[in-house]
Design a protein around this ligand. Structure first.
Ligand code: ATP
Length: 616
């Protein structure tokens, strides 16, 4: 196997690519395997291999997207194009360099007199560029390719990287180059699901991979005679498969699915982080079991060592980036960006990495219980968590939760969390164990307002008042409105009536859906017109609409100076806070700079029945 030619592997891949049907494709893979392993028959060979190392070296080329043992190449099409340009010393202004850089651009790819390529298909463009530049034969073996790819990782400095890449590509034929590029970009597109390949490899391979997230370990496990996965457990230092949430559009079903009661938690828009603490060491793993210690470890280690009382433990949670200036969490894709530009692992003073912990999988404290606690019900795990984490640090927090049993509890939580600008709600069965690598709607359900599209009302509302900071940023948004009191007209008004007192129906408060920049624009535009709301002398048009103190805004505005917002909302419900109605989970869909204050919706539009929900 060691010396099996890489070219043979590539010609099998070419055949797999062109063949239809999973079975047929797998037969081709098997024929290659048999030849590489020099095995006359695979029937009696455990894990279809002669040695786990051999299996691993082929599988990691066949399924590069699963190969967590190789460090990231840190390259996309553009980076790879630049490497080819520099290795083949293409003049940057030449046609070939241009077409590699602008591989998606049809005007470049379809120039007459040139080798045609499919615009948008990087590999087709690369093939056209390399056609006359590569050798016709090659002698690279599979193990040599693996070794070179191991060396070609993101940590290398530019020149070293170029040198290794040079060695690979100049020794390869065009076809081999294309497959090397596919491996680097993790875009094999063989028409074979990885699940099919793993099941073909060994009956327990897929389960093993889901648990360990390591092709190498999977090959080792499957090589053991009689290997069969019977139990799932958590091992310190090895990423465990995270539990996943099922989406559920029908709120009415949740109390039946979780009849023993549930916990309601905000859904954060961050990145999943499984943190393993072993004494003074910490290791971080992503949702897909990639090691992210180099990203988050330096930012979180001190805080974790300060706040976590257990010697060894495995915690589950969401990592977020807090923007001190904006007093808000950043969108999740910003985390990696800011970490990547952080100097000497120190973030800009304006940002803070925060770990919101919601579960514990392992704790080595009490010798009377086994360290893995995944089989305990959630309510017990939450208690264990409270016992080992002291969340006094701004970077380490325990996720707040509310208890619930009814649909109303879920709606209320949803309303509160959306108002506090969270993404949605996660409903968790308090009596269920932690399900490693599984999605089960009796265990964990995620709800986001977007799931309820068929119930959503689309309303144009007018800003009637403003609230200064609520929820997470309560103490820090002083002086700046972040939530708005919204209302609609009782009925359409005639032009001649626009100057007289108009009746307004207040329907709630909105604080999400707009971007930070849009909020700033609103704040700026409305700033000159805010008037403090005096409860003893409320403005005439609002005094009958605000029935309870918690609905009273900090400021109000004359309607003629205000702005119309288009909002989505889940449903209209009776309200004791406002004058009769309130909308649930309102979110701003659009700021209607183009609409005038009297062009907003009327009560009639609000109460018009919407389409009944589908009975799923
Ligand atoms: P999504 O794209 O909706 O975040 P996903 O496919 O990444 O979903 P799911 O398991 O379907 O993952 O949804 C749950 C995800 O939500 C978790 O992976 C986690 O990253 C995130 N999350 C945010 N807040 C919580 C919370 N309180 N409890 C559990 N997961 C949470």
């Amino acid at each position: 196997m060691e010396n099996e030619a890489f070219s043979n592997f590539c010609s099998i891949l070419e055949k797999v690519l062109k063949t239809k049907g999973t079975e047929e494709k797998l037969t081709l893979v098997e024929s290659f395997w048999r030849r590489a392993m020099k095995a006359p028959s695979l029937i009696d060979i455990p894990a279809r291999s002669v040695s786990p190392l051999d299996s691993f070296s082929i599988l990691r080329l066949l399924l590069p997207e699963l190969d967590n043992d190789r460090r990231s190449f840190g390259m996309k099409e553009r980076g790879l194009a630049e490497l080819y340009i520099s290795v083949f010393e293409l003049d940057p202004s030449s046609f070939d360099a241009q077409r590699l850089r602008r591989w998606q651009d049809p005007t470049v790819q379809q120039q007459t007199g040139q080798i045609p390529a499919i615009p948008g298909n990087f590999f087709s463009v690369l093939e056209a560029v390399l056609r006359h530049r590569c050798s016709d034969t090659s002698s690279l073996t599979i193990s040599q390719v693996n070794e070179l790819l191991n060396e070609l990782n993101i940590t290398l400095e530019k020149e070293k990287r170029k040198k290794i890449f040079h060695q690979i590509v100049t020794e390869c034929t065009v076809t081999e180059n294309i497959w090397i590029s596919r491996i680097i970009l993790k875009q094999m597109h063989l028409g074979l699901r990885f699940e099919s390949i793993l099941k073909w490899f060994h009956p327990s391979a897929l389960e093993d991979y889901r648990l360990r997230h390591s092709l190498r370990r999977m090959c080792e496990d499957c090589f053991q005679p009689g290997f069969y996965i019977v139990s799932q457990d958590v091992i310190l230092g090895q990423p465990a498969s995270v539990s996943l949430a099922k989406r559920q559009e029908n709120l009415q079903r949740i109390p039946y699915l979780m009849s023993d009661g549930f916990f309601l938690e905000p859904k954060f828009d961050g990145e999943r982080l499984q943190l393993h603490k072993k004494g003074e060491d910490i290791q971080c793993f992503s949702r897909n079991a990639l090691d992210t210690t180099h990203l988050y470890g330096p930012h979180l280690k001190t805080a974790v060592l300060l706040c976590v009382d257990a010697q060894d433990c495995v915690l589950d949670g969401e990592v977020l980036l807090y923007n001190v200036d904006k007093q808000a969490f950043e969108h999740f894709d910003q985390i990696r960006h800011y970490i990547s530009i952080a100097k000497d692992t120190k973030l800009d003073d304006n940002f803070l990495i925060t770990y919101m912990i919601f579960d514990v999988l392992y704790v080595d404290q009490n010798q009377n219980v086994p360290p893995s606690v995944v089989s305990f019900p959630l309510e017990t795990r939450k208690e264990i968590l409270k016992g080992i984490v002291r969340p006094f640090h701004s970077q380490i927090r325990l996720v707040p939760y509310k208890e619930g049993t009814t649909v109303e509890d879920i709606k209320q939580a949803m309303e509160d969390f959306i108002e506090q600008k969270y993404e949605g709600v996660v409903v968790k069965n308090k009596k269920k164990p932690y399900l490693l690598g599984k999605r089960d709607d009796e265990v964990m359900i995620k709800l986001k307002p977007d799931y309820f599209n068929d119930l959503v009302h689309d309303l144009d509302v007018l800003i009637l008042g403003a609230f200064i900071g609520t929820g997470y940023s309560k103490t820090t948004r002083i002086g700046k409105p972040s939530h708005f009191l919204i209302g609609i007209l009782e009925k359409d008004i005639e032009e001649q009536d626009r100057n007289v007192e108009v009746s307004w129906i207040v329907i709630g408060k909105v604080g999400s859906g707009y971007s930070y920049e849009q909020l700033e624009q609103l704040q700026h535009k409305l700033a000159p017109f805010w008037k403090p709301y005096d409860k003893k002398a409320p403005p005439e048009h609002l005094k009958h609409s605000l029935l309870r103190a918690d609905g009273v805004p900090d400021f109000w505005i004359e309607p003629c100076h205000s702005i119309v917002l288009t909002i989505y909302a889940y449903e209209v419900r009776p309200s004791a806070i406002y004058s009769g109605y309130a909308v649930r989970f309102p979110r701003v869909a659009n700021i209607r700079w183009d609409k005038r204050w009297f062009e907003c919706s009327t009560l009639d539009e609000l109460t018009r029945p919407s389409e009944p929900p589908s009975a799923s």
